[in-house]
Design a protein around this ligand. Structure first.
Ligand code: SF4
Length: 324
C-alpha cells in the first residue's frame, strides 16, 4: 500500500469577482514507503497547496486523499487526529517563524506529543532529549529559545519536531530555502539519514532544482495546478518529455543554454484553454489551444501530459548537470 495516494485531487478557492482560483486542478500522485518525491514548478504552480491539502490542512474541493490506504479526504478533525495527524508531519520553509519564539526548544519538541496525548511528561521529555541528540544538537540547547540558535540549528529542530510522532510521511515545503548552502547540505543529509533509518516518505517541495535532483527518487513537475510530468529524477532532468520540463531541466545545466518559456505563468483564475502551457510553449500547435492533452502513463510508471511528448528535447551536446 502506498503511504500516500492523491487521486484527481482538486483545491479550488473563491477568487475575486466570483471567479474560481484553480490552485490544484485534478492531480494524481503516489508515494511509497521510504520514497522521496520532489515536487517542482514555478511560484504559483500550486506546489504548496498540494502539500497542505495532502496533510488535510485544507479540505480538498474534489478528488481523494488516501493515507496508508485510508480515505482521509473528508474526515472530521477528531478522526483526522487518529488516522493522519499522528502519522504525518510538515517541515516548513522558515524555521524562524515555524517555531514558537516564546517556547524553549525542549518544549517545542515535546509539544506534538502533548497535543496527541502520547506518553507521560517524563517519557515525552526523554523522547525529546533523544531527538535533540538525533538531530545533532548539544543537550544544553534544550533550555534555549529559538532566537539563541542559528538558522541551521533551528531547522534541525524543525526536522526533529516533525519526527517526534514517528510519522510515515513528511511534507517538506522548501525546507532549506532560508539556509546558507553549507547548512542546506547538513539539513538534507540529516533528512536522508533519518529516511534510511525509519523508512520515511518525503514529499519534497522546492524550486531548487539541483537539490531536488540530488534528493528525489521521483520528481513530479507542476504547471498551473496540474502535474504535467512524473518520472525518476534521471528521466526528468536528463530525458524530459514535456516542453515545460525541458525548460526546467535546462536551468540545471552548466553551459548556460537555457530554454526559457515566453512570458510569465498565467493566473490560475481562467487558465488558458486546451493545454495550459500553450501560451508559452515553443512547439505549440493549433490543437494545443483547443484540446486538453490527457496524461499518458508508460508501463514503467512515467507519465506525461502533452500532445507531442519528446518533440522538444535538451540539446544533445550538453555537459553533465551540476551536482551538489
Ligand atoms: Fe506544448 Fe502542445 Fe505539449 Fe502543451 S500539448 S506542452 S502546448 S506541445
Amino acid at each position: 500500500t502506498p503511504v500516500l495516494q492523491l487521486i484527481d485531487l482538486e483545491q479550488h478557492f473563491p477568487g475575486p469577482r466570483r471567479k474560481t482560483v484553480r490552485a490544484v486542478d485534478g492531480i494524481s500522485l503516489s508515494l511509497a514507503k521510504g520514497e522521496t518525491v520532489g515536487l517542482v514548478g514555478e511560484s504559483g504552480s500550486g506546489k504548496t497547496t498540494v502539500g497542505r491539502t495532502a496533510l488535510r490542512l485544507y479540505r480538498p474541493t474534489g478528488g481523494r486523499i488516501l493515507f496508508e490506504g485510508n480515505d482521509v479526504s473528508s474526515l472530521r478533525p477528531s478522526q483526522l487526529d487518529r488516522v493522519l495527524r499522528r502519522r504525518s508531519a510538515m517541515i516548513f520553509q522558515n524555521p524562524s517563524t515555524s517555531l514558537n519564539p516564546y517556547m524553549r526548544i525542549i518544549d517545542s519538541l515535546m509539544e506534538p506529543l502533548e497535543i496527541q496525548a502520547v506518553g507521560t511528561r517524563a517519557s515525552r521529555y526523554e523522547t525529546a532529549m533523544a531527538m535533540l541528540e538525533k538531530v545533532g544538537l548539544d543537550p544544553r540547547s534544550a533550555v534555549r529559545y529559538p532566537r539563541e540558535l542559528s538558522g541551521g540549528q533551528r531547522q534541525r529542530i524543525g526536522v526533529g519536531r516533525a519526527l517526534m510522532l514517528e510519522p510515515s510521511l513528511i511534507v517538506a515545503d522548501e525546507p532549506t530555502a532560508a539556509l546558507d548552502v553549507s547548512v542546506q547540505a547538513q539539513v538534507i543529509n540529516l533528512m536522508a539519514d533519518l529516511q534510511a533509518e525509519r523508512g520515511l516518505a518525503y514529499l519534497f517541495i522546492s524550486h531548487e532544482l539541483s537539490l531536488v535532483r540530488h534528493i528525489s527518487h521521483r520528481v513530479a513537475v507542476m504547471y498551473l495546478g496540474r502535474i504535467v510530468e512524473v518520472g525518476t529524477a534521471q528521466e526528468i532532468f536528463d530525458e524530459p518529455l514535456h516542453p515545460y520540463t525541458v525548460s526546467l531541466a535546462s536551468m540545471t545545466r552548466r553551459d548556460g543554454r537555457k530554454i526559457v518559456p515566453r512570458g510569465d505563468i498565467p493566473s490560475p483564475i481562467d487558465p488558458p484553454s486546451g493545454c495550459h502551457f500553450h501560451t508559452r510553449c515553443p512547439i505549440a500547435r493549433k490543437v494545443c489551444a483547443t484540446d486538453d492533452p490527457a496524461a499518458v502513463t508508460t508501463p514503467t510508471g512515467r507519465s506525461v501530459m502533452c500532445h507531442f511528448p519528446g518533440e522538444l528535447s535538451l540539446p544533445a551536446d550538453e555537459r553533465p548537470p551540476v551536482q551538489l
